[in-house]
Design a protein around this ligand. Structure first.
Ligand SMILES: Cc1cc2nc3c(=O)[nH]c(=O)nc-3n(C[C@H](O)[C@H](O)[C@H](O)COP(=O)(O)OP(=O)(O)OC[C@H]3O[C@@H](n4cnc5c(N)ncnc54)[C@H](O)[C@@H]3O)c2cc1C
Length: 508
């Protein structure tokens, strides 16, 4: 279950080592659920083993195991505690990945070796008035000679105070043409101890125990132009291009607790006797355990497949977003089911499941909410799968005399109003409740262009024979024959259809 066949030897070895580290450190993680202390020592030990460099190539002090390696580390650290994974993962998508993708050689040399040794990073997008609508950032970066001067506030910032560098997204332009082209933001690295940067508040969260998360205040914070990641106005590009990685890694950090939930659900129910039998003998508990296994395995597949695509430099928007949607929702179900299998014990702090369960909420909010993931999957899914998703044309099958799909609807050679109306009438015969799309009408003519269709449809509309649906720009998208149009195109007999079993006496 631990390895995937496409992993290289280095990645397999990394899994072996991180797993044995996690096995050994589980008690330390449980301690944190009581003390709420920031896991400084665990982070130092993680760094000592080189795992902060999982994503970083050797030349910059890393171990070069790619996105997959980074996910392996996050998965195993997450078994210990979320404070450890959170601090690690945010460092990876709060600077590391953006530096690797957009940083200059000098920037990479300046910050990556420090990160590989365990320096934490933070990503600063969210603000008091800016959440899901991230492009509306209000924090400003004004350029003065060779410096940017940052003013504003950021909130919900993980690693606030403990990070050595803060990747800050700030607005450089209020011009609507810049905003419409998404050229209004810059991505700037602000080092800790820069004058004017201060921690304003630390949140008391419902989960992520031991991980500082809070508000930052930027008051005339000056950073040199050399701290800008990407070109002037590239901030949105830097932000968006890091999202696939962020979503995948965030999801990887949910796999550990799901695995622990499985271990506890099985172990507890094998040892608990009720009605003179171990509770694992009850089918309801077996089914819950089966669901946990299924959800864990599918989540791991989505995460590591997205990571694999990214390591191949292949497009992974749909896959990474799917991982970030499916894994947190599975996480909540898995932890709830494990807790239920354990009865009252599952709800006490004397087992780690209760602590992990409280992180279920943040998993569906941080790194983009589940609603935002659904928005992306809807848009990207329709785009990526466009060709496969086209609804087949339908026609009345001559032999069966029923509506049925057809790969090649009959084509008319003469392009005129009468024939367009005939096509609309035929469409009514098989899709009485639907409009016909402009593309579908086009396919029914041997030679027709958009202008001709528009002209003919508008003429039919003006005569009351067709009705049209136009988009906001006024482009005709759909058309349908009116009752008058149907009557003009064909006699009633053409549209009539009755099942074989019907008593024909009933028809008038
Ligand atoms: C523990 C924690 C750690 C975080 N760490 C960081 C960090 O390190 N750096 C950082 O920059 N940010 C961080 N965040 C912020 C996180 O990214 C945001 O909380 C998240 O993007 C949602 O923004 P919001 O909380 O303002 O909710 P809102 O955007 O106000 O949304 C409220 C609700 O409305 C829904 N919604 C909003 N717009 C739409 C829409 N168009 N269609 C449908 N539904 C919509 C949302 O899905 C949500 O359910 C963290 C958040 C938490 C809770």
């Amino acid at each position: 279950m631990e390895y995937f066949p496409w992993w290289n030897e280095k990645q397999k070895q990394l899994m072996k080592e991180t797993k044995s580290f996690a096995d050994e450190k589980l008690p330390k993680g449980e301690e944190i659920s009581w003390t709420k202390a920031f896991p400084k020592n665990l982070l130092e030990e993680t760094a000592k083993r080189g795992w902060f460099g999982a994503l970083i190539p050797k030349e910059f002090g890393g171990i070069g195991t790619g996105v997959t390696g980074c996910c392996i580390v996050a998965e195993q650290l997450s078994r210990i505690c979320s404070a450890l994974t959170g601090a690690y993962s945010v460092t990876m998508f709060g600077g590391t990945e953006q530096l690797l993708k957009f940083g200059t050689e000098e920037q990479k040399k300046r910050w990556l070796p420090g990160i590989a040794k365990g320096m934490l990073a933070a990503i600063c997008i969210t603000e008091p008035d800016v959440g899901s609508d991230a492009s509306s950032i209000e924090t400003t970066a004004r350029q003065e000679a060779d410096e940017y001067v940052i003013n504003g506030k950021k909130r919900f910032i993980t690693n606030a105070g403990v990070a050595g560098i803060y990747l800050v997204y700030a607005k450089i332009s209020d011009r609507s043409e810049d905003k419409s082209k998404y050229k209004h933001l810059n991505a700037l690295i602000v080092e800790k101890n820069t004058a004017g940067l201060s921690v304003e508040r630390i949140n008391e969260l419902g989960g992520w125990v031991g991980l500082p998360n809070g508000y930052l205040d930027f008051n005339e914070v000056r950073v040199p132009v050399e701290n800008r990641i990407g070109q002037d106005g590239d901030g949105w590009k830097v932000l968006v291009e890091g999202l696939n990685f962020e979503r995948t890694l965030f999801a990887a950090g949910m796999l550990g607790p799901m695995k622990e939930a499985l271990r506890y659900a099985i172990g507890h129910s094998q040892r608990r006797i009720q009605f003179e039998r171990p509770t694992i003998d009850w089918e309801v508990n077996q089914f819950k355990i089966a669901d946990i296994i299924a959800k864990l395995m599918i989540s791991r597949l989505t995460v590591y497949y997205a990571a694999y695509l990214m390591d191949l430099n292949a497009e992974a928007v749909l896959e990474a977003t799917l991982a970030k949607l499916y894994t947190p929702e599975s996480y909540e179900r898995v932890l709830t089911d494990a807790s239920q299998v354990m009865g009252g014990d599952g709800w006490t702090k004397f087992y780690p499941i209760e602590n992990f369960l409280r992180d279920a909420r943040v998993n569906q909010i941080g790194a983009g909410t589940s609603e935002v993931m659904r928005m992306v999957i809807f848009r990207q899914g329709l785009k990526t799968l466009e060709e496969d998703l086209k609804m087949p044309a339908r026609t009345l099958d001559k032999k069966l005399n029923v509506p049925i799909s057809t790969p090649k609807p009959a084509v008319l050679t003469e392009t005129n109003e009468e024939n367009v109306l005939l096509i609309l009438a035929e469409d009514y015969q098989v899709n009485p409740g639907l409009y016909m799309s402009r593309e579908d009408i086009k396919k029914r003519f041997a030679n027709i262009n958009d202008e001709q269709i528009d002209m003919l449809l508008i003429s039919l509309e003006s005569k009351g024979l067709a009705k049209l649906y136009k988009d906001k720009k006024g482009t005709i998208k759909l058309a349908k024959a009116t009752y008058a149009g149907l009557r003009k195109a064909r006699p009633l007999e053409y549209y009539r259809w009755f099942p074989e079993w019907l008593d024909k006496e009933l028809i008038f």
